[in-house]
Design a protein around this ligand. Structure first.
Ligand SMILES: [Zn+2]
Length: 337
C-alpha cells in the first residue's frame, strides 16, 4: 500500500518520503518548506542537508550523494537528480523485487545551477503533477531567458530598477546566475544571499552580487522572494519594476503575483514534460500527487495505468485505490514552483 498524507508512506519501507510532519527518520527530496519538517534525522543529498540545516540546525543526517546507492533497514535505495533545485533528488526504492521511484519536484529542462535530471525505468512511479493541465506548456528555456533579459533592459532604459521575484532557494539563484552571466550586477534580499552563499559552497559560480541595500541598489538588478515585497526595506524603493518568475505565468500575469511582468521560468515540468517523463520511465503503474487531479486521466488516455492520490488517500501498488473520491480542483497554486 501507498499512503499520501503529510508525506508519502509505503508499506514495508520504514521511513516516510517528504513528510511535513516530524518523524525520527525521513527521506527529504529537497529543502523547500512544503517538503520538510523538524525531523530528528534525514536521508538526503549533502546539498539538501546543507540547506535543511539553515532552518533546522540540529538535524542528524545520513547524506547520500546523487547517483549513490545505500541500504536503509530492509530496502536498498538510490538517489538521483530530479533537476528541480541544487541537490534535489528522486529516490528509487528496491522493494520485494520491484523498483519504486518517487520523483519529488522535478523538471526536465536544463538549468544553469542544477544537475540535469535522470529518468530511470521503474515498476511503480509516484510523481508530482503540479502543471498537469495541457494549457501549461512553457516556452523553451532560451525564450524565457530572452524575455527576462528583455524585461531588465527595458526597465533600465525607462529609468526603473528591475526587481526579479523568485523564491529564495533555487529560483533566485538560477536568476542570479542568468543575470550575472549577462553582465548585470545584482543586489539580493538577505534570504537569497544566504542561499547563494551555500550554492557557492557547493561549487556554483555567480557574477557580481551583494546584499540588498535600498540606498545603493538603483543601478543593479534586485532579486528578492515574492513575499518580501512588503518588507520595509523594499517599500523604501522608488522607481522599481517587478517581474515574477513562475510557470503560472504562461500567457498571462496571474493577478496574485502583483508583479508588473511575469516570465514563465519554472523549476517544475510543464504538461508535455510530465507526460514525457512517464513515457521514458515506462512504469506499470503511476500515482500522481500534487497539482491537478485530471493529469492521471490524461495518462490513462495515453494507455498508462494511472491514479491520482489525494491527501489522506491510500492505494495498492496493484489494485484500484481505496478511499478514492474524485474531486474537481480548480486551483492549486504552489509558490515553490
Ligand atoms: Zn520544490
Amino acid at each position: 500500500m501507498i499512503h499520501f498524507n503529510s508525506g508519502i508512506e509505503i508499506e514495508g519501507v520504514g521511513f516516510p518520503l517528504d513528510s511535513t510532519r516530524r518523524h525520527d527518520f525521513a527521506f527529504v527530496s529537497h529543502a523547500h518548506s512544503d517538503h520538510i519538517a523538524s525531523h530528528k534525522k534525514i536521508i538526503a543529498t549533502p546539498e539538501t542537508v546543507l540547506f535543511f540545516r539553515k532552518r533546522y540546525k540540529r538535524v542528524l543526517s545520513h547524506a547520500v550523494p546523487l547517483g549513490h546507492k545505500t541500504r536503509i533497514g530492509n530496502v536498498d535505495i538510490e538517489l538521483f537528480s530530479s533537476g528541480h533545485i541544487l541537490g534535489a533528488a528522486q529516490i528509487m526504492i528496491h522493494r520485494q523485487g520491484a523498483k519504486i521511484v518517487y520523483t519529488g519536484d522535478f523538471k526536465l529542462r536544463p538549468s544553469a545551477t542544477v544537475h540535469p535530471i535522470e529518468i530511470r525505468k521503474c515498476d511503480y512511479l509516484i510523481m508530482e503533477s503540479t502543471y498537469g493541465r495541457p494549457e501549461y506548456v512553457f516556452p523553451d528555456r532560451d525564450t524565457s531567458i530572452e524575455l527576462l533579459l528583455g524585461f531588465i533592459k527595458s526597465a533600465r532604459v525607462s529609468g526603473y530598477t528591475p526587481m526579479i521575484l523568485g523564491y529564495s532557494l533555487g529560483k533566485a539563484q538560477e536568476a542570479l546566475k542568468i543575470i550575472g552571466d549577462a553582465g548585470y550586477p545584482a543586489a539580493v534580499h538577505q534570504s537569497v544571499y544566504e542561499m547563494a552563499v551555500l550554492y557557492q559552497k557547493c561549487g556554483v559560480k555567480f557574477g557580481e552580487f551583494e546584499r540588498l541595500d535600498p540606498q545603493t541598489c538603483s543601478d543593479k538588478v534586485i532579486i528578492a522572494p515574492p513575499m518580501s515585497r512588503t518588507n520595509s526595506e523594499l517599500r523604501q524603493l522608488r522607481r522599481v519594476r517587478s517581474c515574477m518568475l513562475t510557470g503560472w505565468g504562461v500567457g498571462k500575469i496571474p493577478r496574485w503575483s502583483g508583479a508588473d511582468a511575469v516570465v514563465p521560468l519554472s523549476d517544475h515540468a510543464d504538461f508535455n514534460d510530465l507526460v514525457s517523463y512517464v513515457e521514458r520511465a515506462e512504469p506499470k503503474r503511476v500515482f500522481t500527487i500534487h497539482g491537478f487531479e485530471e493529469f492521471a486521466e490524461h495518462l490513462r488516455k495515453r494507455g498508462f495505468d494511472a491514479v491520482y492520490l489525494g491527501k489522506g488517500e491510500s492505494a495498492s501498488l496493484s489494485a484500484p485505490p481505496t478511499h478514492f473520491s474524485p474531486r474537481k480542483r480548480t486551483s492549486n497554486i504552489d509558490l515553490f514552483e
